[in-house]
Design a protein around this ligand. Structure first.
Ligand code: ATP
Length: 558
């Protein structure tokens, strides 16, 4: 029942995506099916000698063949168009859903699962959706033939329906386990994607240690890939047995009609020939339905998987897309307060939790706040809380005295520009226009002018050293010109000379321009730059007295 509901869902998704063409393809399919039934009727009448071979009959035959041909081509073309459009829509929709999902939810899923969803699941879901109109077309052909058969003989129709019901029931019985196997294979594919990520991200570590490489390939990857192979092979075998069983049933039906039924009841020879012809004609659409079943089942597994990820395709992204254009890109503020804000990490299958907070913190324009603390003390978590990437689980954030709510969170985030320690450098500038004229100046300021230029909106390269990549990320944030800046260990990869530029020139300059700046840092040499120093210890904030500056390394040579 749940699976039926799922298919209904797939069908309605496709219908919503392209109502007009969907209906047109179904209509073309129905016309094609009706023409097929008409042709069978004509052939039967001619074979039984009930029809003359006059010009009208020939013209009618040619006409029916032509209409069947054109309507079938139309249905197929429309199907492939819907398929491509649906894939396009699904990719954009799912990307938007990921972009709008809460960060914590995405972190809990892990990037390997999201990648699986964006590649595997979207591919299979689209394949299944492409099957649905074909399923409707084939069903309409079957329907046309059945109508013709009702007209020929009700007794024969009853026999046929009994055979069909039996056939479908046994087919489903043999493939039920295959669907379960497909679902399990899909779970293992997430694991496989995790290992593939390990292969690309960890290629240096793998290359440097031959035994690690062999262990990784022959045990870790081969184990997951082997399980996927076994499960999919078993599912494919069950589906092959199921569809061959269906094929066998056709001949059983024809045997029953030709040899058994005439002994049990009175059936005319014309009806028998008509039935045999119709059953043979039905073979193609019914086989196509059966061959499509594995694709439909696989698509259904992906649909359930996407829903389980919380990326339900039914949920609309229109609202979120609409609001982006109306948001102020550089809002200003007077006060930002965290009051008793708390964030707790609770891992699945793990009793250990880490709690940050309750945090009380105030920030004003023109303030330079340093946050320090040991590894794992909660600095980055606090940064995510301050920037609105995490919502407080307890307590609240107030902006200019107003609590930040789910509705105002997107607006709240527009106050920030940040470089996190695991930042991502996009290869182009997005969401900016007028700011582009300032790029060259910032590139020169950060000593990148000989390495990178801007071609249109794209950087000429992002293949740079880690320190240079961070500088380029800083260029982007400076262009954004937001009212609050957050740097999470930005200077960690910079040479001593550039550290000085960052702490002694860039940060004070941002402060002078009225920006509030939050800096997570281990560089105690520069703590004197800060207006305030806060230490995070096991998730709690403590104030630190400011110490006098230590001896500095040489300044950068311009
Ligand atoms: N994605 C996560 N899921 C579960 N727990 C997490 C996650 N990220 C961090 N933690 C936990 O939260 C604690 C604080 O992590 P956080 O990244 O905020 O520390 P940090 O002070 O920035 O450390 P570092 O100086 O090493 O960057 C860690 O000890 C870890 O146990």
């Amino acid at each position: 029942m749940a699976r039926e509901a799922g298919r209904m869902n797939l069908l309605s998704l496709l219908f919503q995506a392209s109502k007009g063409r969907f209906l047109a393809s179904v209509l073309s399919g129905l016309v094609s099916g009706a023409c097929g039934a008409g042709l069978i009727a004509m052939i039967n009448r001619t074979l039984s000698g009930n029809q003359t071979h006059g010009t009208f009959e020939v013209a009618a035959f040619v006409g029916l063949v032509a209409v069947a041909l054109v309507s079938r081509i139309a249905a197929q073309v429309l199907i492939s168009q819907i398929n491509q459009d649906a894939l396009f829509d699904l990719r954009l929709k799912t990307s938007a859903q990921i972009a709008h999902a809460p960060l914590r939810q995405l972190e809990e899923q892990g990037s390997h699962r999201l990648l699986s969803a964006l590649t595997e699941d979207l591919f299979h879901l689209t394949n299944a959706m492409a099957m649905l109109p074909r399923l409707v077309i084939n069903a309409s052909t079957v329907f046309g033939c059945l109508v013709y058969m009702v007209m020929l003989s009700r007794t024969l129709l009853l026999a046929l329906v009994i055979c069909l019901v039996l056939g479908i029931a046994t087919y489903r019985l043999s493939t039920a386990r295959a669907v379960r196997d497909m679902r399990r294979a899909r779970e293992v594919q997430d694991e496989l994607m995790l290992h593939f990520r390990g292969l690309t991200d960890g290629i240096k570590e793998i290359k440097l240690h031959a035994r690690r490489r062999d262990d990784f390939l022959s045990r870790v990857v081969a184990d997951a890939a082997g399980r996927v192979k076994d499960l999919q092979r078993r599912a494919a075998t069950a589906f092959a047995v199921g569809s061959s069983w269906g094929m066998f049933l056709f001949f059983v039906v024809i045997g029953v009609l030709l040899f058994l039924l005439p002994r049990l009841t009175e059936v005319s020879a014309a009806a028998l020939v008509g039935y045999t012809l119709a059953v043979l004609y039905l073979q193609t659409p019914l086989m196509s339905l059966m061959e499509g079943m594995p694709l439909l089942s696989r698509g259904e597994v992906s649909r359930v998987k996407l829903e389980a990820l919380g990326l339900s395709l039914a949920s609309s992204t229109e609202m979120a897309r609409g609001t982006a254009a109306t948001l102020d890109t550089r809002p200003s503020f007077q006060t930002l307060e965290l009051r008793g804000a708390t964030h707790r990490y609770q891992r699945e299958h793990d009793d250990q939790t880490f709690t940050l907070g309750p945090i009380d913190l105030e920030l004003r324009p023109g303030e330079l706040l340093f946050i320090v603390g040991g590894n794992g003390s909660g600095k980055t978590t606090l940064a995510k809380l301050i920037t609105g990437l995490y919502s407080p689980q307890e307590g609240q954030i107030l902006l200019d005295g107003q609590p930040v709510t789910a509705q105002s969170q997107e607006h709240y985030r527009q106050h920030f520009s940040a470089v996190f320690s695991d930042f991502h450098l996009f290869d182009r500038l997005m969401g900016m226009d007028g700011e582009l004229s300032q790029v060259q100046g910032f590139l020169e300021r950060l000593k990148l002018e000989h390495k990178v230029r801007l071609d249109g909106k794209a950087f000429s390269t992002t293949a740079l050293s880690q320190g240079q990549r961070k500088r380029l990320a800083l260029v982007t944030t400076l262009l954004e010109d937001r009212s609050i800046y957050l740097f999470d260990e930005w200077a960690a990869d910079q040479d001593p000379a550039f550290k000085t530029v960052f702490y002694r020139e860039l940060l004070p300059e941002l402060k002078r321009r009225g920006k509030a700046v939050v800096v997570i840092s281990h560089d105690d040499r520069y703590f004197d730059v800060a207006d305030r120093l806060l230490r995070v210890e096991s998730g709690r904030l403590v104030s630190e007295p400011l110490s006098p500056p230590l001896a500095e390394p040489p300044r950068a040579v311009s």
